[in-house]
Design a protein around this ligand. Sequence first.
Ligand code: NDP
Length: 242
Amino acid sequence: MAEQHWPVAVITGASSGIGAATARALVDHNYRVALLARRINRLEELAADLGPAALPIAADVTDRPALLAAAERIAAELGRADVLINNAGVMLLGPFDSTQREEARRMVEVNLLGAMTATEVFLGQLRAGGGDLVNISSVAGRTARAGNAAYAATKWGMNGWSEALRQELQPDIRVTVIEPGAVATELTDHITDPAAKQGAEQLYEQLAITAEDVADVITFAVTRPRRMTLNEILLRPTSQPG
Ligand code: NDP
């Protein structure tokens, strides 16, 4: 009898928040998951919970050799990747000025260049079996506002890049962009500008939805029949105004 092929999903930023919740949801749907992030201890804890379907791998998305090594290991240990979820990201909000120079650069390097590098590294695997590319953008990829200039630039960039890829990679690879509003995760913990941090935390306390809410949407998107693609999904907490 032919061996059953369990679909393999690679999730960047799987050590917390949306990435970790998506790993759980996909394992519930019989996926094998490769968990990528920098905090290997967190990935190992999650993998221990998920069982043999999960493979934890320390990989910084700004480190191309680490992603190449991860791709080799995944192909050898789990099988070729069917789904890549570009989820790793940082949201270092603050006014656009020289004090925020490092933060702005880091967001571009992680959110945008990191996603591009992971995609380029896994493209051959995704193409080989008819795969899915899921890019986690944001409401900030559709609306720009004072105080989120560099973050919005990374997410607007991701949206434009994704639409071009959608046209370029179809029908072999389906491209889906997910644009969540406020989701309760560790995302706001890393903001260094005190006013921006306080503002974000206040908003999130009032209305944020859960990482599991977004994980359900991602899982729904990738489990649709291959004749259709959910190209772009914008979702907000019901009471989020902008
Ligand atoms: P978390 O902070 O909980 O998760 C971010 C993840 O990204 C972590 O697993 C972190 O792991 C990983 N990460 C950060 N830097 C790197 C790096 N250089 N290399 C590899 N992994 C990295 O936040 P969320 O779950 O909320 O964020 C996930 C995505 O969702 C982000 O792209 C974010 O922009 C997006 N998003 C979130 C929203 C929200 O309100 N929470 C709304 C809209 C979009 P580690 O530190 O271990 O490397």
